[in-house]
Write a protein that binds this ligand. Structure first.
Ligand SMILES: [Zn+2]
Length: 61
């Protein structure tokens, strides 16, 4: 399965060495797999939140 490093963004199925362990083959970070995944989700959520702060509603004359 795809596993993305929350530190460097490297994606490699070999990063996920077991159900619970994550070791990045690029930068060497060691983390619990679910904790690493939560960082990835948090980053996506923050990006969506930041983008949503700019209103797309057209200005009324
Ligand atoms: Zn990494």
């Amino acid at each position: 399965m795809r596993a993305q490093c929350s530190e460097c963004g490297h994606i490699n199925s070999n990063n996920r060495v077991s159900q619970s362990a994550f070791i990045c083959r690029n930068c060497g970070v060691v983390a619990h797999a679910d904790r690493n995944a939560s960082h990835n989700i948090a980053r996506k959520g923050e990006a969506a939140w930041t983008a949503g702060r700019e209103s797309r509603v057209p200005a009324t004359p």
